[in-house]
Every structure is written in C-alpha cells, then in structure tokens.
Design a protein around this ligand. Structure first.
Ligand code: C6P
Length: 392
C-alpha cells in the first residue's frame, strides 16, 4: 500500500462524478453568468439545478437564501462581521457569544471584534466536550446579545453539539444563531427545517466537492451586510463573478453526500470503530469524546508520551496521513484548542492525533493504518525510553 489518507476533516478527494460534472464549465461553457449573451445565459439552468440541490441537501425553505462564496472561512466572517455592522454598531447590542472550541475562522474573527470593543462570551464545554444548552441559556441576554455562533460538529473531535436546543433557546430570546456546519454536512443529517438556525456555513471540499467553493445559508427574514461589495451577484450580498464550475460541483457533491449518509452512518462508522478499537488496545491511549455523540468518521486520540509532531512525521513516513488537529493551525505550536477547552492535562496537550475517514476509505487501508500506528507508537516510545537515541 503506497499511502492511506486519514485526514478527511482537512479536505476530501473530489468525487470523480463531481469532477466530470464540472468539466464542461472550464472550456466549453465558460461564459460569465452575468453576461446577457448566450455564453452567459446558457449557464443559468445549470446554476439553478446546483442551487436546487443545495436547498434540498440541507432542507432549506423556499424563502431562505443560500449565498455561494469561496469557502467556510468566508461564510463565517461574513455572518459575524455583518452582525457587528448591523447590530453592534447600529442597534447598540454590545455582546456576542461563541464557544471555546471554534475553528479559527470563527474564533479569530471574534477576537478581532473583541479588539474593536465587543464583549465576547466564550462558552466552556462540559465533561463530554460539548456546550450544554443550559450554558447557553444562562449566558444569553436578549437586550445585549447580538449573535450566538457555535460549531455544529467539532473538526478536531467530531463531537456533535445539541444544535436543535440552541435554536430553540436563541429563538425564545430573539437572538440570531449561526452554526458552523462544515464538519456536519455529509456526515450526519443537516435539516434546516428541524434546526432553527438563522445562518449556517458549509464548504464543498469537506464533502467531496471542489476546494474554493462554499455556501452561507441565511434563514428568511435575516439581513446580511456583504463582506465583498461590488457587482450584483448573489443579489448584491456577495460581489464577484460566480465560479459556475465550482457551484455546479458543490451542488452535485452535496446531493451525493446526502445519498451516502446511510453509508457514512453504517460503513464509515464501522471502519472508524475498527480503527478506534485497535488504537484502544495500545497502552496509555485516551480517545477524546464519547463515540455515540461524534461524527461517524472522526477519532481524536491522545498517545501519552508521544509528541504529536513526531508521531505525524513517523506515520507519514509509513504512508499514513493523519493530523495533530485542525490543518489551519498545524503550523502553530499552541496546544490543540480542544484539549485546552476540555481541560485535558497539560502533559497531554501535544499528544493528540486526529484520524478522519471518508466514504472512500477502505478496509485494507484501515488494516494497514492499524499496523502502522502500532509500529509507530512502539518505535517512538522506544526512542523516548532510551537515553542513547540511535534513531534520530
Ligand atoms: N477545517 C481542518 O483541518 P475552509 O477551509 O474555509 O473551507 O473551512 C474552514 C473551516 C471552518 N469551520 C470548520 C469547522 C472547519 O473544520 C474548517 C476547516 C480543516 O479541521 C482545515 S483548517
């Protein structure tokens, strides 16, 4: 086996059928969809199909909006900054709520607003690694809170937050709720008629679509101040020529992802559990978060005594691609935010390894990865227990 890819929370392979669906829009139907001639107008039916697929993929209402953009980081920035412009600056609500386990696309945006004077409440997680609804209930203040933004499923642990309850709490208090849905879509059902959120972000490359394509769901009745001003694309809510190929690819990828949800829940989970059980046979290993409240594809494991970077390097030498945490933060030497938020002992803070599967992961790959992980742990623990370090 040459290489095994177990970093699907960072990005996924593009489904070949999605690639085929995108192909014509690079060299045959390459017009600007805003042009009035046929090169532009011939794209409209394909864009409509893509949008319909996105609406039905998340069960959005007809009057809701989906703004096509470049990635989830853009969607997260758009919502949070829009609320700052609309509510904090104009209506005087001074507080914004988020959690301590957000992706940097949310946490850094909140920190930026904090520097501008917004009072930010960083909700802690409970012992299960999720934000308990009561924590939100006691923090929210209808007179002060301008926005609640919480991650749906965490990218490092896969832990799923009780978002339906958040929706009810926010609705009762008249405070808008934004969900970062990036790691939920394609792994668990995402139904915007069941989950009452005002905004929800997603990114195509997490569900076998292209990189550089994302979407922002906006529930009917909510206002967005654009992050990008300019042309009238997306009804003036996001300027910039629409990447038709990527939009088509994202729509089709979501349709396929939804069709494969049962496969994720059964088969991807089975392979994940097989890997997890094998990891648990290794001494001094801790898996972060209960299995039953995690996305079916994700494991975050702490291997006591093994430094994450060294482990990653060793696994990579053996052809196994995993991750010490979020790919965006992999160059930072800070502790993994989930470990910090979950108050996991400091000596474990740099020992986490994330393994994330997809519907393309095979049984042979998992068997190979199990063997590689065990060999790697044996080697690295051997190194740290010998004073004469002959391996380095
Ligand atoms: N997380 C990870 O390794 P973009 O890249 O902008 O499409 O997605 C950003 C993003 C936002 N929210 C969540 C919950 C995410 O997981 C990500 C991407 C990857 O965990 C890459 S940093």
């Amino acid at each position: 086996m040459e290489r095994v890819y177990l970093d699907n929370n960072a990005t996924t392979i593009v489904d070949p059928a999605v690639k085929d669906a995108m192909d014509p829009f690079f060299t045959r139907m390459y017009g600007n969809p805003n042009s009035l001639h046929s090169f532009g107008t011939e794209l409209h039916p394909y864009m409509k199909i893509a949008l319909d697929r996105l609406y039905s993929g998340i069960n959005a209402g007809d009057e809701d909006d989906i703004i096509i953009n470049s990635c989830a980081s853009e969607g997260n920035n758009t919502v949070i900054k829009s609320v700052y412009f609309d509510s904090v600056l104009k209506s005087g609500k001074t507080q914004m709520i988020t959690s301590s386990i957000e992706h940097p696309a949310v946490s850094k945006t909140y920190r930026f607003l904090e520097e501008l004077g917004v009072e930010v409440l960083w909700l802690p997680v409970n012992k299960d690694g999720i934000i308990h609804p009561d924590t939100l209930r006691s923090a929210i203040d209808p007179d002060k809170t301008a926005l609640v933004s919480i991650i749906w499923a965490n990218n490092e642990t896969g832990l799923i937050n009780p978002v339906q309850e958040y929706g009810e709490i926010c609705r009762e208090n008249g405070v808008p709720l934004h969900l970062d849905g990036v790691q939920a879509i394609g792994k668990i059902p995402v139904d915007m008629k069941k989950v009452y959120a005002d905004f929800m972000t997603f990114s195509a490359h997490k569900f076998h679509g292209p990189k550089g394509a994302g979407g922002l769901y906006v529930r009917e009745g909510n206002h967005i101040t654009p992050l990008l001003h300019g042309g009238e694309q997306m009804a003036g809510l996001r300027a910039g020529t629409v990447n038709t190929a990527f939009m088509v690819g994202m729509g089709y990828a979501l349709e396929l992802a939804v069709q494969n949800l049962e496969f994720e829940a059964v088969e991807v989970r089975r392979l994940r559990d097989k890997l997890e059980d094998a990891i648990l046979e290794i001494e001094d290993v801790e898996i972060i978060g209960r299995r039953d409240i995690r996305t079916p594809n994700t494991i975050l494991a702490s291997f006591r005594g093994i430094e994450g970077e060294a482990f990653l390097w060793d696994l990579n030498q053996r052809g196994v691609a995993a991750s010490t945490g979020s790919a965006c933060a992999s160059e930072s030497l800070e502790s993994n935010p989930t470990f910090v938020a979950m108050d996991i002992a400091a000596e474990l803070a740099h020992t986490g390894m994330r393994f994330s599967l997809s519907r393309y992961t095979t049984e042979d790959e998992i068997d190979y990865a199990i063997d590689a992980v065990k060999k790697s742990v044996t080697r690295l623990r051997g190194i740290s227990s010998t004073s004469n370090n002959e391996y380095i």
